[in-house]
Structures are given as structure tokens and as C-alpha cells.
Design a binder for this molecule. Structure first.
Ligand SMILES: Nc1ncnc2c1ncn2[C@@H]1O[C@H](COP(=O)(O)OP(=O)(O)O)[C@@H](O)[C@H]1O
Ligand SMILES: [Mg+2]
Length: 321
């Protein structure tokens, strides 16, 4: 099967003007202005096949949104190659946008003063969506996302969850083959999140839409995605299934210690390298321990451990290869 998304050795560096102190800076010393380079995306490669839903996660500032912007043609990469649906996004933007839908959860694309329905009409015009298809999609989407009651309200009056649903519909009315969702569930309550998850799954299952889903919510990933890509500091550190991480993690145990003086400490260790008996023996020989709790390895805590550097994924990658 052909790859729908192809990302090869992509880099994106931002140049940030350093703030300088003193009069010279205040006077705007343009010639001696110093710059810092921020490696937002630092040599990332991956490919995604038609019909895959891939969860794209990483701590704040990891480079997720920058990658999505490159994929959607808003930014050009400083190095490397990107091909999406046969197009080079930043070069062939005009034809390309017909193929894609993009949602930035943190930044609405809707007009705040207009009723939601009018933003949809605008999309119909911009994307030259045939009337019949527009009506079909609108009817289906507003039913799936339960939008009838607020579709005629101005966007500024909508709740965050309603607005997000509106944004998602606006970006999918032209039936794009590829959809980028950058934190579409951020700040939403459980019910609103669940609606969006179901909708995303539905689009994937019925239309075979290829989807990249950026989120901080591991439930989003577990319930929606087939595959997980983790990035950190502009680098890809994992690409595979949730199952694989969990299996690998079956050997990683976290223990919470309550000390005599009331302090708490956590220790993480790999029982395939240090047997539990050895760990326990060394813990019991320390006299200041009041209580020991063995923590559950839920996917949330696993991911937190990975972000905080308590577990290195190199081993995991090595095992896969
Ligand atoms: N326009 C910009 N100018 C300078 N630095 C930026 C800009 N956009 C993002 N960055 C920086 O690039 C890094 C990656 O940002 P981003 O892609 O938004 O991360 P994420 O979406 O994973 O939180 C961060 O350190 C961020 O501060
Ligand atoms: Mg972001």
C-alpha cells in the first residue's frame, strides 16, 4: 500500500532574537542583534499509510504543532522532504488544501461574529463544495456531533466544546482524505471529548480518512488511535503501538515509599534487570521506611515516566529492530 504521508529527515529551526539589556538594545541596535536557534523539529522521519489514525504526542514544546504546520503547508521545512497525498505541501498549497482538513484546537478558524452555519457556507464557497455533497455532509456531521441546537448561534456565544465541534465540521465539510487534528480535545469535558473521539473514529472507519491526532490525553490515544508516535525536543523517540509500550513496561515497576519523617519518594526499576527480591531486600534494610506501595503501570504514568526521562526508549527501539 502506498504511503499517504511521507516525512524524511525534516528539520525546522526558529530564529529567536535574544533580548538584550541596556540602552543599545533599547535604541534598537539592529546590526548587533543576536539570535538564538530553537530546534523545534530536529530530523524527524515517519510514514503513514492511507486509512491509519496516528496519535502524535509529546510534552509541551516538543514540536508537534510545528510538524503539523509543515504537513499542512503553513510552514516550509528547513531541511528534509515532505510529501502528503502526492503533494509537497508548502509548494503546491493551492491544489493541496482540497485534500486536507486541519484543526488547531488552540486557535479557532471560525468567525466569532457569524452564526456557525454561515462559517460553513463560507467553507462551501472557498472549497467549491457541490451543493449536494455539502448538504449530505452537513446533515450527517450535525447529527453525529449533535449540533442542531446551536448551529444558528454566533460562534462567540458557544461553549468551548460546541465551538470545537464547529471547527471540526468546518474543516471536514469538503471531505478531505487527510486530516490533521492538533489538540482537538484540549480543555473539553469528558462528554465532549467522547463525542469528538467517536466522530473521528467514524470518519476513519467509513471514509478511510487518514488522521494525525495530536493530544495530551492518553484516553484519546487509547480509544482512537492505532499507532502512537512520541516526540520530545524535536526528535522522534517512539513509533509503534500502545500495546508494545505496555508490554515493554510490564517489567518496569514504580514503588512509592513513605518515609518515617513523612516524606514520600518514588523509585523506578526494571525487574528484568534487578529481581523484585533484590529490590525488596535493599529497601527493607533501610530503616526509615514506613510504608511501601507498588504503583499501577497505567499508560498515563508510563508516558509521564518517558517524558521525565525515567525510562529510556532506546532499549525498546533496539528490541523492535
Ligand atoms: N513562531 C515561533 N517562533 C519561535 N519559536 C517557536 C515558534 N513556534 C514554536 N516555537 C518553539 O518551538 C518549539 C516547538 O513548538 P511547538 O511545535 O508549538 O510544540 P508543541 O506543539 O509540541 O507544544 C517550542 O520550543 C516553541 O517555543
Ligand atoms: Mg502544540
Amino acid at each position: 500500500m502506498e504511503n499517504m504521508i511521507e516525512v524524511r529527515d525534516v528539520k525546522k529551526y526558529y530564529k529567536i532574537a535574544k533580548r538584550e539589556k541596556g540602552m543599545a538594545a533599547a535604541a534598537g541596535n539592529l546590526f548587533n542583534r543576536k539570535y538564538e536557534t530553537k530546534r523545534a523539529v530536529d530530523d524527524i522521519s515517519f510514514s503513514i499509510k492511507k486509512g491509519e489514525i496516528v496519535g502524535f504526542i509529546g510534552p509541551n514544546g516538543a514540536g508537534k504543532s510545528t510538524t503539523v504546520k509543515i504537513l499542512s503547508g503553513i510552514l516550509y521545512p528547513d531541511a528534509g522532504e515532505v510529501k502528503v497525498g502526492g503533494f509537497i505541501p508548502y509548494k503546491q498549497r493551492k491544489q493541496y488544501v482540497k485534500n486536507i482538513g486541519v484543526v488547531f484546537g488552540q486557535k479557532s478558524q471560525l468567525n466569532w461574529d457569524l452564526p456557525l452555519i454561515e462559517s460553513f457556507e463560507l467553507m462551501k464557497f472557498i472549497y467549491k463544495i457541490p451543493q449536494k455533497k455539502y448538504e449530505e455532509n452537513l446533515r450527517l456531521f450535525s447529527k453525529l456531533l449533535d449540533m442542531e441546537e446551536f448551529i444558528n448561534q454566533p460562534v462567540r456565544q458557544l461553549s468551548l466544546g460546541q465551538r470545537m465541534r464547529g471547527d471540526i465540521v468546518a474543516s471536514l465539510l469538503h471531505s478531505p482524505e487527510i486530516v490533521f487534528l492538533d489538540e482537538p480535545t484540549i480543555g473539553l469535558d469528558v462528554v465532549a471529548k467522547e463525542r469528538i473521539r467517536e466522530f473521528v473514529r467514524y470518519m476513519n472507519e467509513t471514509e478511510r480518512t487518514t488522521i494525525i491526532f495530536t493530544t495530551h490525553d492518553m484516553q484519546d490515544i487509547e480509544k482512537v488511535c492505532d499507532r502512537l508516535i512520541i516526540i520530545d525536543k524535536g526528535k522522534k523517540i517512539y513509533d509503534g503501538s500502545i500495546e508494545e509500550i505496555k508490554n515493554r513496561y510490564a517489567n518496569i515497576k514504580t514503588i512509592e515509599l513513605l518515609l518515617e519523617d513523612g516524606r514520600k519518594e518514588t523509585k523506578t526499576f526494571d525487574v528484568s534487570k534487578t529481581p523484585m527480591s533484590v529490590v525488596m531486600e535493599s529497601l527493607f534494610s533501610e530503616k526509615n521506611i514506613k510504608d511501601i506501595t507498588l504503583c499501577e503501570s497505567e499508560i498515563d504514568s508510563i508516558i509521564r515516566d518517558i517524558y521525565e526521562g525515567r525510562v529510556i526508549l532506546d532499549d525498546l527501539e533496539a528490541e523492535r529492530n
